[in-house]
Design a protein around this ligand. Structure first.
Ligand SMILES: [Zn+2]
Length: 488
């Protein structure tokens, strides 16, 4: 059999002022044709999963495009049209294919429509015709629309946050599409959207309420007709009508089974929603607790400035508090500030720098801080991920500098990147186990990589575009009421 494969992924923070153009995709990950196998074959991505099943079956594959960009503001029409154009072209050129496997995100908002994936799937469906199976893998942070469900044959979401399972969902999708094409499965969908949006930081699948919800969705005694169940947490930083939690269930040829199950899972989430309520810890309290902790290192994650969700990566709120509370053993990774990196380079390793650091991208990430410190290292910012997420993949924070500010090692960088992995520090010559406090820019993903390092993890709620306090955002287009933005 022959399968068409493609990928187009962006998590859009509609409050971000950084536009996502074609260059942003090329800077993160962009491949055409055989490049896709070279880049993603054998990786733990959804496309890696597609390819492993296709190869195992000895089937043929048409590789179209695979593009993803760092979370940021809306995707430009040019980038959207160009990338969907590659997908549509690949589909149009292969009318005899048996099906289409797509790795999309589910939270893409281009400039011209609220529903990036719905529009992508509409164009692909039009090119493919009504009968060709299209099975899609989506991130757990997805907004699900009726259009997406209508245009796809089936949609399967990640089950893990931190996202350690994209490859497994890719395998599920490839096995399911083969059954559909062979006529042994007929996925019928039911979508339920309780009016709620749990914020990202409360949606860890390794513990707590969301873990319980997933255990119910995947319980061994669920009806045997169920082909796939997904619990999409939603992505809380998008001011669009369909933002929110979604349950999507597919049953084999039986809508009433899918509907009953989706309703049950949606009711469980809605009835227990108080467990998703977030109690913020101020930056000052987080630092004070970290200082007093008996066992070190303590990892403080700056939830609100998570570049993995569209944060500008340049808040210095925690650094300011570390200095104010006279901490003398810490590592801060990272602060986006290319100007300071350049200034460090001019001064050279060993020299002293006095400068204003951070908070230059917008007015949502607090104020800059005046620092004085010694330049410890200038380097190219590249490293290799070694933790459970993205293991083996190359990473980069762009050209970077390490500045020692009274025993606090600050990594200033020139590419925005979520701090997922201790290698961000080790590649900068900093052993995180050797300092008292490690500061990372991440909401939840870092927990996978930093588990062997952190004796304790404290989430600090500073300023930023990924704050867990959703009341600070100027909502206009979301559906109302939406819990907890509108209390019930
Ligand atoms: Zn996600």
């Amino acid at each position: 059999m022959k399968w068409i494969v493609g990928g187009f992924s962006h998590e859009t923070n509609t409050f971000s002022t950084i536009p996502t153009d074609l260059e942003a995709f090329k800077a993160r990950s962009f491949g055409l044709g055989d490049d896709i196998r070279r880049n993603l074959g054998g990786t733990r991505t959804a496309i890696g999963g597609f390819l492993s099943v296709i190869d195992e079956r000895g089937d043929d594959v048409v590789l179209t495009v695979a593009a993803s960009a760092t979370p940021s503001g809306k995707v430009t029409v040019d980038a959207f049209d160009t990338i969907t154009g590659y997908l549509v072209e690949g589909v149009g050129a292969n009318p005899g294919a048996d099906g289409i496997l797509l790795s999309l995100h589910g939270a893409m908002v281009p400039d011209h429509t609220d529903d990036g994936e719905g529009e992508t799937l509409t164009r692909v469906r039009e090119a493919a015709g009504p009968d060709m199976p299209i099975v899609v893998v989506l991130d757990l942070h997805s907004h699900i629309t009726e259009t997406m469900v209508e245009k796809a044959t089936a949609i399967i979401g990640f089950q893990k946050y931190p996202h350690t399972d994209p490859v497994d969902r890719g395998v599920d999708a490839a096995r399911l599409i083969a059954r559909v094409a062979e006529g042994t499965a007929n996925p019928v969908a039911a979508l339920e959207k309780p009016p709620m949006i749990p914020v990202c930081g409360t949606c860890n699948t390794e513990f707590g309420f969301y873990k319980k919800l997933w255990a119910e969705a995947l319980r061994p005694d669920r009806p045997k007709e169920i082909l796939a169940s997904s619990l999409f947490s939603g992505f809380s930083y998008a001011d669009i009508p369909h933002m929110g939690y979604a349950v999507l269930v597919y049953a084999d040829g039986d809508e009433s089974i899918a509907r009953t199950e989706a309703k049950r899972l949606a009711d469980s989430a809605w009835d227990g929603r108080e467990a998703f309520r977030y109690e913020p810890t101020s930056v000052a309290d987080a630092v004070a607790r970290a200082r007093e902790a008996a066992e070190k290192p303590v990892v403080i994650n700056e939830m609100a400035d998570n570049p993995g969700g569209g944060g500008s990566n340049d808040s210095v709120a925690v650094l300011r508090e570390l200095i104010a509370q006279e901490v003398t053993s810490a590592a801060v990774g990272t602060v986006y500030d290319p100007e300071v990196v350049e200034a460090c380079e001019k001064i050279g390793v060993g020299g002293m720098i006095r400068t204003s650091l951070g908070a230059k991208s917008d007015d949502m990430h607090g104020d800059p801080i005046d620092i004085e410190g010694r330049v410890r290292l200038i380097y190219d910012g590249s490293f290799t991920y070694k933790g459970p997420m993205s293991q083996g993949a190359p990473g980069s924070i762009g050209k970077a500098a390490v500045i020692d500010v009274g025993g606090i090692q600050v990594i200033a960088c020139s590419h925005r990147a979520q701090t997922l992995d201790p290698e961000v520090f080790r590649s900068a010559g900093i052993e995180p186990n050797d300092v008292d406090i490690v500061v990372v820019k991440s909401a939840v993903h870092f927990r996978a990589g930093f588990a062997p390092v952190a004796k304790e993890i404290i989430t600090a709620d500073g300023p930023g575009l990924t704050s867990l306090d959703l009341s600070i955002f100027p909502w206009r287009d979301i559906r109302r009421p939406l819990w907890p933005i509108d209390e019930d």
